[in-house]
Write a protein that binds this ligand. Structure first.
Ligand SMILES: [Zn+2]
Length: 235
């Protein structure tokens, strides 16, 4: 990705964007946005980094591992790591037999009227929401230059194949925002240059991860993972 400079207000960089703790008073880590485990190797260059507190950083790993392993299992129809193409999902499922078992238990096979066998998976919405919210907060902070605190007012996820005929157009709505972000923020720099953008979407890795920042009210982030899962997190 393009390494865009951020000229937004320095005062917004003093706190952990997830818990609001003052960063100077605690141990911190740099965290990639989006999380590397949601991407394929080789990773895009200049992935955004956000400094957050160590407690938050380690607190997200369970949810993120679940999201990667669950999505990977849905996409290839099995929890067997040796059949996974996504290296992060393969690694997580090989390493955690407990997580593999949990995901396997959420799988159900059924026969269609036509006699075909289909598989459906029941997601753990709490863990998926937590992982997506973490990335959404990171995108807002990185693109707009200021954090969003408090719990989201809504978190919505849906596989693209469940979209009704009109939903893809509404979700993709490629018009650029008709309100403009703070001068100096990365999003403000992207809009005229179109850096890493496809319509109003910021493409982190084609076919793997893209997102859209809605700066009107409600403030929101839309994410599409592997052109399979659509999500919207709003504040
Ligand atoms: Zn924190």
């Amino acid at each position: 990705m393009e390494d865009l400079e951020d000229f937004s207000d320095e005062r917004h960089k003093a706190w952990c964007i997830h818990c609001g703790k003052a960063l100077h008073a605690t141990t911190t880590n740099k965290d990639h946005v989006p999380s590397k485990s949601l991407l394929d190797r080789p990773y895009p260059g200049n992935l955004p980094l956000v400094r957050i507190c160590t407690a938050c950083n380690s607190g997200f790993s369970d949810s993120e591992q679940y999201l990667v392993a669950f999505l990977g299992s849905v996409l290839c129809g099995t929890t067997n790591p040796s059949l996974h193409e996504d290296s992060a999902a393969r690694r997580i499922l090989s390493w955690s037999s407990q997580l593999r078992e949990t995901i396997e238990k959420s799988k159900r096979e059924y026969r269609t009227h036509g006699g075909e066998t289909r598989i459906v998976w029941s997601p753990d919405h709490a863990r998926i929401s937590k992982a997506l919210t973490k990335n959404a907060r990171g995108h807002i902070y990185h693109e707009l230059g200021e954090p969003v605190f408090g719990e989201p007012t809504s978190i919505w996820t849906k596989p693209l194949e469940y979209f009704t005929p009109t939903e893809p157009n509404e979700f993709e709505a490629s018009d650029l925002p008709d309100v403009w972000p703070e001068v100096g923020s990365r999003l403000m720099n992207r809009l005229p240059s179109g850096e890493d953008m496809d319509g109003s979407w910021i493409v982190v890795q084609s076919g793997v991860y893209r997102f859209n920042v809605n700066i009107a009210q409600p403030l929101g982030i839309r994410i599409i993972l592997r052109e399979y899962l659509a999500a919207e997190i709003t504040w």
